[in-house]
Design a protein around this ligand. Structure first.
Ligand code: AFP
Length: 288
């Protein structure tokens, strides 16, 4: 099957689509379209919301997804994933519409991800703890391996693309110097960065740590997508006792205004996220 390499198209995010991005998007749509429960979908790969079958027009739920997160890692056999967010439909009659998608992360009914790594794991929360399953290929089913996952309150890893250092605000530069132990108040963390959000998040969820993708001079609003990436992972993080912020406020409290809205993201262990927010605030105060 011809599934590797570029598809020769640019998606709505302005990024080059890989063949597997396109295939994963089709698989997700097909799987959700016929459930009868999903009236509308929204994908990171498509500009507009995608209606389900007319027979499912009254479906109670809306599903938003990043079909294949970590595209740059596909062809080199590094972990990638699928992220999903489930919202309750709020529009009363007729076809569900974009308003059903533009709900705060706090309103999510459930959210989670599947990670395709050395094993295939599915992690989800329906608002009652975080549960982790692994795919048993022999029986073709997911087995529960870890229920009520709790992430450490502080962790040993920080994860960020440091090649963007000169494009960050002084606050983020300070945070990273602290994590490296360069500045006095250094917390001396170890660096880990895969470049697939799902994989970076999953490692930090289990071991403790903080992932950051700040706004920078190249992406002034941040790079990651609020509805397809930040909100679902923030929901999982909070349910596991962690936190997620855009640097100043909880991700789950952001009122979305656009389907493909971007946001800065700081996510992971609670105390580490609080340290980042505090440091950003302190540096901001001295710069002004
Ligand atoms: P997509 O593959 O869905 O576009 O996502 C990649 C990603 O949004 C996220 O998974 C990574 O954490 C981040 O981009 C990596 O970005 P950099 O290559 O700029 O570090």
């Amino acid at each position: 099957m011809d599934i590797l390499g570029a598809a020769g198209r640019i998606n709505v995010q302005g990024e080059e689509q890989q063949k597997l991005d396109v295939l994963a998007n089709e698989v997700m749509k097909e799987a959700l379209r016929h459930t009868g429960r999903v009236s509308l979908m929204a994908s990171e790969e498509e500009e507009d919301p995608i209606p389900a079958d007319p027979s499912a027009a009254s479906g109670k739920y809306v599903v938003l997804f990043d079909p294949l997160d970590g595209s740059s890692n596909i062809d080199v056999n590094v972990s990638i994933g699928t992220i999903f967010s489930i919202q309750r439909r709020v529009s009363a009659d007729g076809c569900a519409n974009v308003i059903d998608c533009l709900q705060k992360g706090r309103e999510q009914v459930a959210a989670g991800y599947v990670m395709y790594g050395s094993s295939t794991v599915m992690v989800y929360s329906a608002g009652n703890g975080v549960h982790c399953f692994t795919l048993d290929p022999v029986i073709g089913e997911f087995r529960l391996i870890n229920h009520d996952v709790e992430t450490p309150t502080t962790g040993k890893y920080y994860s960020i693309n440091e090649s963007n250092y000169t494009r960050w605000s002084p606050g983020y530069q300070k945070v990273v110097r602290c994590f490296k132990g360069v500045d006095d108040e250094g917390t001396g963390k170890n660096a880990r960065y895969i470049g697939s959000l799902v994989a970076d998040f999953h490692r930090n969820l289990l071991t403790g740590g903080v992932f950051m993708y700040p706004a920078d001079t190249k992406s002034p609003k941040g790079k990651l997508r609020l509805l397809y990436e930040a909100c679902p992972l923030a929901f999982v993080a909070e349910q596991a006792g962690g936190a997620a912020s855009d640097g100043t406020r909880p991700i789950l409290d952001i009122e979305p205004t656009e389907l493909h809205q971007r946001t800065p993201l700081v996510i992971g262990s609670r105390d580490d996220v609080a340290f980042v927010e505090r440091t950003l605030q302190e540096v901001e105060a001295t710069v002004q």
